[in-house]
Write a protein that binds this ligand. Sequence first.
Ligand code: COA
Length: 265
Amino acid sequence: MSDEKPKEWRTAITSNQDGKILIRGYNLDNLIGNKSYADVCFLLLKGEMPNQAEAKMLDAILVSSIDAGIAPPSAVAARTIFSGGNSLNAAVAGGILTLGDAHGGAIEKAAKLFQDELKGKDVKNINIGETAKKIVDDALKNKKRLAGYGHKLHSIDPRTTRLLTVAKSLNFGGAYVELAVAIAEEFKNKKPEQKLPLNVDGAIGAIMSDMGLDYRLGKGLFIIARSAGLVGQVFEEWLREKPFRRLRSDLHEYDGVPERPLPQD
Ligand SMILES: CC(C)(COP(=O)(O)OP(=O)(O)OC[C@H]1O[C@@H](n2cnc3c(N)ncnc32)[C@H](O)[C@@H]1OP(=O)(O)O)[C@@H](O)C(=O)NCCC(=O)NCCS
C-alpha cells in the first residue's frame, strides 16, 4: 500500500489519465454512441448505470423541464443579459442564477419535504392520507408555501399529469408520489378556491425520491434540463433581435415623488 497522502483535489467521478477518460470506471469511448445522455447523467450522479426504467424516467424528467417559453424569470434574464451585449455563456449563466425557491429550485425543497417524511421508514405502516393532512394543516396554519404546489398559469399542470403516467408505467409511482398526490388532494379539499395543484417541480421531487435520488440533486436536475432551453432562448435572441431591449413605455411607470426643488441650505 502506498503511504502517499491523498491529493487535495480528488474525484471519484471521472479519471482522465494516459489518454483514457473513464466515467465511474466506464471508458467514455464505449459510452459514446452506445449510451444516451440521460444514461450517462444517471451514471455520473448515482455512480451506476441505470436500468431501462431508470434511464427512461430520467429522460422524461429532463424533457419535461427543457423549456417553458420566453416568459419565466430564467428566459427573461438570459435574453436580457444577452441583449445588453454579453456573451452566450454569461446570458445562460444569468438565466440559471434566477433558479430559486419559486422557479426550478422547488424540486429540491419538495423532494426534501417528501424524503424527510418517508425516507428510511416502513411505508406500509404509514397512513399517507393522514401524513398529507398533517403537512397541509401545518402549511395553512403557519402560512407556509409548500414547494411543488401551485402554478401561475395552470390549475392542473399538464407536465405533472404526463410525468405521473410515465412514472406509473415504469413503476416509480411509489409512496413518495402517493404522498405528493395526497397533499394536492388535501389542498383541494381545504382550499378549493386557491388552486394548488401538484406542479411539475413537485412531481419531479416525488418521482426522483421514488428513484432513490438524494433531494440535493433536485435543482441540479432542473439545471441540466433547462440549460438546453436557455441556450435555445439566447441563440434565438442573437438571431432575431437587435441589442438593447427596453421595456415598452406601456409596460412600466414611475410612481415615486414628482419633481421637487433641492432643499436650500
Ligand atoms: C408558483 C407560485 C409562485 C404561483 O403563485 P400564484 O398562483 O401567483 O399565487 P399567489 O402567490 O398569488 O398566492 C395566492 C395564495 O395561495 C397561497 N399559495 C400559493 N402557493 C402556495 C403553496 N405552494 N403552498 C401553500 N400556499 C400557497 C399563497 O400563500 C396565497 O395565499 P393568501 O391569498 O392567503 O395570501 C406559487 O404557487 C408558489 O410559490 N409555489 C411554490 C413554489 C413552486 O412550487 N414553484 C414551482 C412552480 S412550477
